[in-house]
Design a protein around this ligand. Structure first.
Ligand code: ACM
Length: 335
């Protein structure tokens, strides 16, 4: 969508942007091989993509060796800096910090952590645990399920949750397991009124898969929701629906990917050259009026000033925004 908008407006000094796209099918090894193919065979130096942190970690050595730039649009666990990455999903101080403050004010003593078995959940749990325990709260369990869990994996976890009776569940389950987890939770008769699930990754895309009935009432912390009220977001959502169908939904990752492509195009226009150093120099410090609000790329740490929010899933499968930062928050990936 962003590329189409840029090209319809005349491209970059008359030249259209052309994408070379591959599908690594969520397998980290494929990300490594395809990133290598992009830089070596396709002569690409700007890569937009990766969802899981394990995929980003697989692409890092490629962009570092070839001096490319990976534009990464997913929230992640922080504690990383590469001169060859631009990070535009939330860093922990832009989602976990706000979420933990909200939990400390609203909910009881005991927290249950459940996540998929890879780096983002381990590291996010470490940070969330520190924030909760520093205020005297208890983490009653920290449990990991496979990335593609079976029904039994989730049933065992739900039995354990019922036994430990936490006040809140912090879920770092990603991918197809998300749908299974929320649906089985609902089917087991567990309800957000007594034991909400809070997450950083359960976006509109996951809610569409889970179904609004089983997702309703749970919470997500994110800098963007489709329900953001702004002229920029209305434009984005309308154009998105035109291109991908009226039943499609936007979410934080696609919003960040959208504004990153526009920010790259602006940098390319200023640099008037496709050299990585020149584009990086023009991009860092620049701002863009994104659907979530004005975002800026931090010169020093390559992460993005973002607008943290907390949303609660409603009966339409959208998020009621119940808490919003009143300014863009400076990224602090090392907390
Ligand atoms: C993630 O793996 N960064 C969600």
């Amino acid at each position: 969508l962003a590329i189409r908008e840029i090209n319809l407006a005349g491209g970059i000094h008359g030249f259209p942007i052309q994408a070379v796209a591959y599908d690594p099918a969520s397998v980290p090894e494929n990300y490594y091989a395809l990133a290598k193919k992009l830089v070596e065979e396709d002569r690409v130096n700007m890569i937009f993509g990766c969802y899981m942190s394990s995929a980003r970690k697989a692409v890092l050595p490629i962009v570092e060796n070839f001096n490319g730039l990976l534009w990464y649009s997913t929230l992640y666990e922080g504690y990383e800096f590469s001169n060859n990455v631009v990070y535009s999903g939330a860093a922990p101080n832009q989602n976990i910090s706000l979420l933990s403050e909200y939990l400390l004010n609203k909910f009881g003593e005991n927290y249950y952590f459940i996540g998929s078995n890879y780096i983002y959940p381990y590291e996010s749990n470490r940070i969330m645990r520190q924030l909760l325990e520093a205020s005297g709260r208890q983490v009653v369990a920290e449990r990991y399920i496979p990335l593609s869990p079976t029904q039994d994996d989730i049933d065992y976890a739900l039995s354990d949750i019922l036994e430990k009776r936490p006040n809140v569940i912090f879920s770092t389950v990603v991918g197809s397991g998300t749908k299974q987890f929320y649906r089985q939770y609902w089917s087991a008769g567990m309800r957000p009124e007594s034991m909400p699930i809070v997450s950083l990754t359960t976006s509109e895309a996951e809610v569409a898969e889970i179904g609004a009935e089983a997702a309703c009432g749970h919470f997500t912390a994110s800098p963007y929701f489709q329900s953001v009220e702004s002229a920029e977001n209305r434009h984005f959502v309308n154009k998105y629906h035109e291109m991908f169908g009226s039943s499609s939904c936007t979410n934080a990752c696609c919003e960040a990917a959208y504004f990153q492509v526009h920010m790259y195009a602006n940098a390319l226009r200023v640099a008037n050259h496709d050299d990585t150093e020149l584009i990086r120099g023009a991009a860092l410090g620049s701002s863009f009026n994104a659907p979530q609000g004005m975002v800026t790329l931090d010169q020093e740490n390559h992460h993005t000033y973002l607008w943290p929010k907390i949303g609660r899933i409603n009966q339409k499968g959208q998020f009621d925004i119940i808490h919003s930062a009143n300014r863009a928050v400076k990224p602090d990936p090392y907390m």
